[in-house]
Design a protein around this ligand. Sequence first.
Ligand code: ZN
Ligand code: ZN
Length: 647
Amino acid sequence: MNENINIAFPDGAVREYPKGSTALDIAKSISEGLARKVLAADVNGQVWDATRPINEDVSLKLLTWDDNNGKSTFWHSSAHLMAEAIENLFPGVKFWVGPPVDNGFYYDVDLGDRSISEEDLRKLEVKMAELAKQNNLYVRKEIPKDEAVRYFAEKGDEYKLDLLQNLQDGSISFYTQGSFTDLCRGPHIPSTGFIKAIKLTNIAGAYWKGDEKNKQLTRIYGVTFPSQKQLDEYVTMLEEAKKRDHRKLGKELGIFTMDDDVGPGLALWMPNGTVIIEELERLAKETEADAGYKRVVTPHIAKENLYLTSGHLPYYAESMYPPMELEGVKYYLKAMNCPHHHKIFAAEQHSYKDLPLRLAEYGTCYRYEQSGELFGLMRVRCLHMNDAHIYCTREQFAQEFRAVNDMYIKYFKIFGIEKYVMRLSLHSKEKLGIKYVNEPELWLETEAMVREVMKEANIPFVEVPDEAAFYGPKIDVQIWSTIGREFTLATNQVDFAQGRRFKLEFTNQNNEAETPLIIHRAPLGTHERFIGFLLEHYAGKFPTWLAPVQVKILPISDKFMDYAKDVLQKLKKADIRAEIDDRSEKIGKKIRDTELMKVPYMLVVGEKEVNENKASIRRQGKGDLGARSVDEFVNEIVAEVRERSEL
Ligand SMILES: [Zn+2]
Ligand SMILES: [Zn+2]
């Protein structure tokens, strides 16, 4: 008797398949083309080999390169392929771990007394390509622990034996492709033939288990793709990203600096960077005022008790600066603004008629990131956050959440962010009361509300189970810069727990005390990360409204200095940030230097311009726009700045 199982698909369809069907079989039943793209499968929220038999009713999502889990399965499988090639070229090599990372994968290996060169990387690439072409299957085998121990003892790989020590009998699986076998939980792609383009990118030293007292292993990094074209595009993007590196541009353009005496991860904003900060804050303040927000200001420190109430202590202690003690009381630098805002809400009585209450602050927070994690403006220890908390009733929630989303979209338009995805992170039923507040109905209710808003607004989004915040579902916003690099910008979170922890209340229509829902939102993220992103996105060529210097006046010689000063006065009166290049340099050099500083407009003034009461206008990236009356130019640039229009 042949049994059938029910497979539920993401679109809601349920279809019957014979028991023991694999995700790959199911893909084939849909189309051969799809089957060629399936890398792995999401089975009830867990990532499986596409070749693993399914024996019961499940919900199934076929994972391709476009899914993060598909991609990381591809890269992890590529690490196995690289290991096979390494073993070919360096017999006797020992292996520690080979995980996927954000952009590819690595493997930590012990080469004994041998070392590896750039040239070896090229040889390894050739070997990997050869092994990939053999289209070897990744075969999973579950084995008893003693058999696994025997295998690696014979091989003499003490690192794998160390890994085995911590594994329970019965949960051990081996994966073999070609001549290489690894201890691995999986999952893997069906076969090596999926890997069509290979680049090994870097060699680094890495202490075993990250401990500098241990032996130093060799870490080999690589990246692979399902097509050569994708690899070529990736290489081009990397080259462009290097030119646009926010640390390099930040220095050249006088945006920010870091100083050892101040401390790692603590950016000092220089005058040019501060102009950008103030323009971003002006944008946020205008936008938020229009949307009915009220501004507040809160201190940078608070007593321990506040963070015990919020629950940040002790759970978040590792990410906070250690406390300072004063008169027997511990004070912490704030790692987030929420608790302070909750106290402002609590300071007054509220009725449903006062809600929603939207409290906004460009708040300064301090987070203790590990030194190894710090990276330019992207990972810092002091952050200025475009923060706000919205306290509302359940009836108001959908509208408030939609308004926040609209605000994100409005900002994306202003900054020319064309590609973005929102990830809706949901709870997991099994982990209620452990990882998630035990409020099954509130979870379902708020998740449904959020999903509804996203669908109605036609915003592209993906749902990710088991990734919500402790206190409610959240939306993580991923954006892509003009050169196609992905950034995590900000989150938009629903919170039905903090209100209770802080005993926040309002009087509802029935004259009863009720806890408000809270929305945490920060569409512009932090100044640090957002300006880091903008530097790359614009390659330092900020649109006029954001440019630290908007106009540079270039007199052809000192004779025209008085006229240049008149022009400067006119621009300043119109609130345009302008400067005169008063050096006695040739005009050609002045133009070149101004271009390097990426100033949007240059006004060249000489004999002819003075006589005609004009200026010759040059636009960054567009060149000479011809001579125009200064008043006319002032009117135009003022309009351009007011509209915050792009280049
Ligand atoms: Zn593996
Ligand atoms: Zn918050």
